[in-house]
Design a protein around this ligand. Structure first.
Ligand SMILES: [Zn+2]
Length: 174
């Protein structure tokens, strides 16, 4: 698995680190933006939010390139309510039908890279227990008060592919 390390500026502020054995969730996101965005542009946007830098652990471009975001040992800013327990991958594009930026399903290259990254992550982080979409955080962990955690992310068209990612990962790890 080749992971490209963009030349991000130094982390701003005081990034939070964690014990990697606390990580249980592999959470999938869409960028809800142009598939032509770069990880450096996302890093810039997230700093403008007041974060220390890009919030995701990894980003997958439309050509399937996998980019490192935050290191695994650094707490992500990606899935409110599960950041301490998650690693987070963002596929560039908007995969939610009905929105202005909707691009359809992720590219074949993106989906293949997501599958390979999932296998890589499960090998690197043996405490991972589940592969979920960002939207699943609300229903799985906050069923009595999903409102604060509700999101369309990663979009219907990507969420629909997660069963395939789970099956591929399980087969490769077996
Ligand atoms: Zn998300």
């Amino acid at each position: 698995m080749t992971i490209v390390h963009p030349d991000y500026p130094a982390w701003a502020g005081s990034p939070a680190y964690r014990d990697e054995s606390s990580i249980s969730d592999f959470i999938v996101h869409h960028s809800d933006g142009s598939p032509d965005q770069t990880p450096l542009e996302i890093d810039h946007e997230h700093r403008a939010e007041g974060w220390c830098g890009i919030g995701y652990t990894w980003v997958i471009g439309k050509d399937g390139t996998v980019y490192q975001g935050r290191p695994v040992g650094m707490v992500p800013s990606a899935a409110y309510g599960r950041n301490e327990q998650s690693v987070d991958v963002c596929l560039l594009g908007d995969f939610q039908p009905g929105t202005a930026g909707y691009v359809g399903a992720p590219t074949v290259a993106q989906v293949q890279s997501l599958k390979e990254l999932s296998v890589y992550a499960h090998q690197k982080i043996p405490t991972l227990e589940r592969i979920i979409g960002h939207r699943d955080v609300a229903t799985l962990f906050y069923p009595s008060d999903p409102g604060d955690y509700a999101t369309a992310c990663p979009g219907d068209a990507l969420e629909a592919l997660l069963a395939e990612v789970r099956a591929y990962t399980a087969a490769q790890l077996a």
